[in-house]
Write a protein that binds this ligand. Structure first.
Ligand SMILES: C[S@@+](CC[C@H](N)C(=O)[O-])C[C@H]1O[C@@H](n2cnc3c(N)ncnc32)[C@H](O)[C@@H]1O
Length: 349
């Protein structure tokens, strides 16, 4: 037990060292334009997950790993009583300032999620954790701890790196690390090879390019978990599924609503369908350019996914072998590069 704790602490200290240098969550939130852009971003993801703003009114909300507070400030504006827990005291100071400047109240807890007591987490009606567990020593244990701790009826929302969705970014990380000796080289090489991606991610994610470089490439810990593992944990811990983005819903389900449905968190029951979804996530990145996705012809789409998947496997092999001469990086340079974060919303039964 002692050994595991020291490993957890070691990973956290290494991650926090990077985060204290450059904040991973900081977004400018001063002008009306900043507020409008950030509000739009928050509302878009919540609506994609079927959560209207009024869900937050009068609720006790906990954001685990809430960092500098740019997400949760909107929950406060919509009438929630917000608490942010984060081990980075510098981020929390910035969150305190942000809330104060906007005449809003927030409770700030300077703690690692593994140190939060179950009795504390049980106080909350809504628990949110975005972009956090993949940066812990044991992402599955972090997710499991939260799933075990929330009270019955709690709405739980998680955003995390899923192995297939994050595959292209994992290849980017592997490539950058294989050619860089230190952080300065990581920064130079990130701009050199992934300029378009940084530009795009900054435009849509509202974070600076350097913040993305620190969070994605310099960060010592980005550990994705599989969809199977995620589903199994929700299933085992007695949650009912509300939504996900990208969706894992069964689009072919037409039986009457009153007829019993197979739980979406029952991975094995949906295995064949989920294998297809996983491939789609792995390969995705520039489908808007691909006419094939509008053809509606599933055999063609499947053949296309297989073809790109094979190219990715080859790229992975070449990065592993440091066979840099034969590397075709275009698959991990352009477009939206898979799924940066997969969202799941569920309610504890
Ligand atoms: C990528 S940022 C995401 C911040 C915010 N949730 C968002 O979506 O903008 C990751 C956050 O996780 C926090 N974090 C890292 N390890 C953590 C841990 N073990 N427990 C709780 N938070 C942690 C970091 O301090 C940082 O604020």
């Amino acid at each position: 037990m002692k050994k595991r704790n020291s490993y957890l602490n070691q990973v956290q200290n290494r991650v926090l060292k990077v985060y204290k240098e450059v904040s991973p969550s900081f977004r400018k939130l001063v002008s009306k334009k900043d507020f409008k852009e950030n509000l739009e971003q928050r509302v878009n993801i919540l609506r994609a997950l079927g959560l209207p703003e009024q869900v937050f009114n009068g609720k006790m909300v906990l954001e685990v790993g809430g960092g500098t507070g740019e997400n949760s400030i909107f929950y406060s504006m919509w009438g929630a009583d917000v608490t942010i827990a984060d081990p980075n005291n510098i981020s929390l100071q910035r969150a305190a300032k942000l809330y104060k400047n906007n005449n809003l109240k927030v409770k700030l807890i300077n703690k690692n999620l593994f140190d939060l007591k179950m009795s504390f987490i049980k106080k909350f009606d809504i628990v949110i954790c975005e972009g956090v567990v993949q940066h812990t020593a044991t992402p599955s244990a972090a997710l499991e701890l939260l799933l075990k701790s929330v009270k019955a009826g709690c709405i739980f929302m998680i955003a995390l790196s899923e192995k297939n969705g994050f595959y292209k970014r994992t290849l980017q990380r592997k490539f950058i690390k294989s050619i860089s000796k230190n952080n300065d080289e990581i920064i130079t090489n990130s701009y050199k090879f992934f300029k378009n991606h940084l530009k795009r991610a900054s435009k849509y994610g509202l974070r600076s390019e350097i913040s993305i470089i620190y969070d994605t490439y310099i960060n010592p810990q980005v550990k994705a978990i599989s969809l199977k593992n995620i589903c199994n944990m929700f299933f085992k811990n007695n949650f009912y599924y509300l939504s996900s983005y990208p969706s894992i819903n069964d689009n072919f389900q037409v039986s009457p609503w009153s007829q019993k449905k197979i739980d979406p968190f029952n991975y094995n029951a949906h295995k064949n369908r989920y294998k297809m979804i996983e491939k789609l996530w792995r390969v995705s990145g520039n489908f808007n350019k691909e006419k094939i996705f509008f053809s509606g012809k599933y055999s063609l789409i499947n053949a296309y996914l297989d073809k790109v998947d094979k190219k990715l496997t080859k790229l992975n092999d070449n990065i592993n072998k440091k066979n840099l001469k034969n590397i075709d990086l275009s698959l991990i340079q352009d477009g939206y590069l898979g799924i940066g974060m997969n969202y799941f919303v569920a309610v504890k039964k």
